[in-house]
Design a protein around this ligand. Structure first.
Ligand SMILES: C=C(O[C@@H]1C=C(C(=O)O)C=C[C@H]1O)C(=O)O
Length: 284
């Protein structure tokens, strides 16, 4: 069997799932490949990764090529703190304006589009560029950032007293739909899983177990996150208490609600079935 290549989003949101692997508390027989979400998405579909956290919208576009690993996702129930929209004006006053969106994101860009269309009823031009708050706010009137980029930009706004509005998209999605927001899922390539079912089940168990260890070691994990990013400890404590990693009934319903809106907006072409490794029946 070829050596397993496992993606790891280079943001703090993945640290609880990978902490035990990074610290050698659990053995990984394979290679960790780090990158921003859109790079991992692309590598996965090009066959360069066997398994990765994938932007949830990309699963909807390629459901036939992969299985979802059970019991894992990146989700928030309301405020997420790392998917933030910064703007010169209140969001409802952005009609006809250009807003920049980070090229690192797939799901959150779609979330922003859905919220403008179905919740705010405001038409804007989305303009993809590299993550850089100040440059983005020079080119446009708004900036979508995700992950550590969003959290660091939030601190920059506070630190420099920048006059910008900050909108947390996890919170707005919850206000709009009453649902959680599932940003990413762990997926495995279908042909790999079918050829190596034992290894696939073992990998799903390993990642779940690793997450349990990570979440069980929050004080050490928070220190590591602080060393890695310089973000203030209270910000990190808050973050690791709000970010969620489960993928049971509520989460699946929330994800399907997101897909329904993506379908209504013409972003995906058909309604999606969730095929989860180890579960006989597809959802819905
Ligand atoms: C909560 C987050 O979720 C993520 C957002 C993603 C996206 O927008 O495509 C992909 C993976 C996650 O990193 C975050 O980035 O902060």
């Amino acid at each position: 069997m070829t050596r397993l290549r496992l993606g790891q989003i280079e943001y703090l949101n993945c640290l609880p799932v990978y902490y035990a692997l990074e610290e050698g508390l659990l053995p990984l027989d394979g290679e960790l490949v780090k990158g921003p979400p859109t790079r991992l998405n692309r590598m996965f579909f090009e066959g360069d990764l066997h398994c990765t956290p994938l932007s949830s919208i990309e699963y909807a576009r390629h459901a036939g090529d992969c299985f979802i690993l059970p019991r894992l996702s990146i989700t928030s129930d309301g405020r997420v703190a790392s998917v933030l929209f910064f703007s010169h004006l209140p969001v409802t006053e952005l009609e006809g304006k250009r807003v920049c969106v980070t090229t690192a994101s797939a799901t959150s860009v779609v979330l922003l589009r859905i919220l403008f269309e179905h919740y705010y009823h405001v038409e804007v031009e989305l303009y993809p560029v590299k993550a850089d708050l100040k440059a983005m706010l020079e080119i446009g009137d708004g900036a979508l950032l995700i992950g550590d980029d969003a959290m660091l930009a939030h601190q920059q706004v506070i630190g420099e007293g920048m006059p910008v509005f900050i909108t947390d998209l996890g919170q707005v999605w919850k206000d709009f739909t009453g649902e959680k927001m599932v940003y990413a899922l762990w997926v495995i390539r279908r042909e790999f899983a079918e050829a190596h079912p034992g290894e696939t089940t073992a990998l799903a168990e390993l990642l779940y177990h690793s997450r349990e260890i990570g979440m069980g070691n929050l004080p050490a994990l928070i220190k590591k996150a602080h060393r890695r990013t310089g973000l203030p400890l209270p910000v990190l404590e808050d973050y690791f208490h709000i970010i969620r990693y489960d993928f049971d009934g509520d989460y699946r319903r929330a994800l399907l609600t997101f897909y329904d809106y993506a379908y209504k907006s013409g972003i995906i072409e058909e309604r999606v079935r969730l095929s989860v490794w180890g579960e006989d029946k597809c959802q819905r």
